[in-house]
Design a protein around this ligand. Structure first.
Ligand SMILES: [Zn+2]
Length: 350
């Protein structure tokens, strides 16, 4: 299948994460995408350059979030914060929490330091000079892959970086800025009357995608992930009783798994989601995180490379037009082979 790529992902150097107040090296590194590309090219993949698209492809996000992300770094730099106090990335310090503002509409903060907290929901997702351009290119990558499938490809893989499934309509976090997966789903559904399904197999709950389509009956959202109730990101969301609302009632499905589950329960959950969408959807977007793997530093799910290949086969057996969108996966030594196993498993089932 075609592999959609943009060199512009390299412009996003997160510069680490602020984790419990400490700056750590972080794991969402440019090298991740390079390793995946190298492995897929080694196995003969066909690379396609991401096409630029007008800003209408960002319509799933609130215009205020878009305007903020596009200007945040410059505003931070203009405010002198890179020299005093010497912070070279945009970092929030104050959040308009419901407990702070109550029923009042929060005012528009004038300070660049305060504006960050109006759009970021964590302190881990830093903005540097090239973050916006890279996040924007990741959306173009996802949309290009969706367009290839709409044009008749059986499947396409969007090698997106930064990832996107934690980005909501109005806020960013979890190393995500714009929701590539949700954008691909919207693009697939735009000209079709069919229901589109998202199957999120990243180790973490896709809270952003869930929230964006919470009231939509046109996009099914299913996610298998490590149980947030066991102490894992995103902690506050991703529980089994979150099923959508309004027109989307019953169109959201969460399958949280206990830490250490391994291949058996994980593949059962993937099969359950595949069966669920196979009976209701006309096309699929797979949010492909490979951080459920046993070697990954970000999750304890202990899935094997053979497990990823089997998941690919289960998704391929659906026989539906499919867009793969890269999400997490942080072990540089195995991220490429794990992605390749999934895609090859898919192809051997079709
Ligand atoms: Zn993840």
């Amino acid at each position: 299948m075609p592999v959609v790529w943009s060199d512009r992902h390299r412009l996003h150097e997160p510069g680490g994460e602020i984790w419990v107040g400490v700056r750590t090296p972080g794991t969402e590194l440019p090298e991740r995408a390079e390793r995946i590309r190298a492995e897929l090219e080694r196995r003969g993949a066909r690379l396609v350059e991401a096409e630029p698209h007008p800003d209408e492809v960002l319509a799933l996000h609130d215009p205020e979030l878009i305007a903020y992300l596009a200007s945040a770094w410059q505003a931070w730099d203009d405010a002198g914060l890179t020299t005093d106090p010497g912070q070279d990335r945009v970092v929030p310090y104050l959040f308009p929490h419901p407990g702070l503002v109550g029923d009042l509409e929060p005012g528009a903060p004038a300070a660049a330091t305060a504006r960050a907290g109006a759009f970021a929901y964590d302190t881990m997702t830093l903005i540097g000079p090239g973050t916006w351009e890279a996040a924007r290119a990741a959306v173009d990558t996802a949309v290009t892959a969706a367009d290839l499938v709409r044009a008749g490809e059986r499947a396409a893989y969007a090698l997106c970086r930064p990832p996107g499934h934690h980005a909501t309509r109005t806020a960013f976090g979890g190393s995500c800025y714009l929701n590539n997966t949700a954008t691909a789903a919207a693009r697939l559904g735009r000209l079709a009357d069919d229901v589109v399904a998202v199957i999120d197999i990243d180790a973490h709950h896709g809270n952003g995608t869930q929230s964006i389509f919470w009231e939509s009956g046109q996009v099914l959202v299913g996610s298998v992930h490590v149980d947030p109730g066991a102490g894992w990101f995103p902690h506050f969301l991703g529980f089994a009783d979150e099923a959508g609302a309004g027109g989307g009632e019953g169109a959201n499905r969460n399958l949280p798994l206990a830490p250490g589950s391994g291949d058996g329960p994980w593949l059962d959950a993937v099969a359950e989601l595949a069966d669920w969408v196979g009976r209701r959807a006309g096309s699929v977007v797979v949010a492909l995180g490979v951080d459920a793997a046993g070697v990954d530093p970000e999750s304890p799910l202990e899935v094997s490379a053979e497990g990823y290949r089997a998941a690919g086969r289960a998704l391929g057996a659906l026989g539906l037009p499919t867009v793969f969108v890269q999400e997490g996966g942080y072990d540089l030594g195995t991220i490429g082979p794990l992605v390749a196993e999934t895609l090859f498993g898919f192809e051997e089932a079709t």
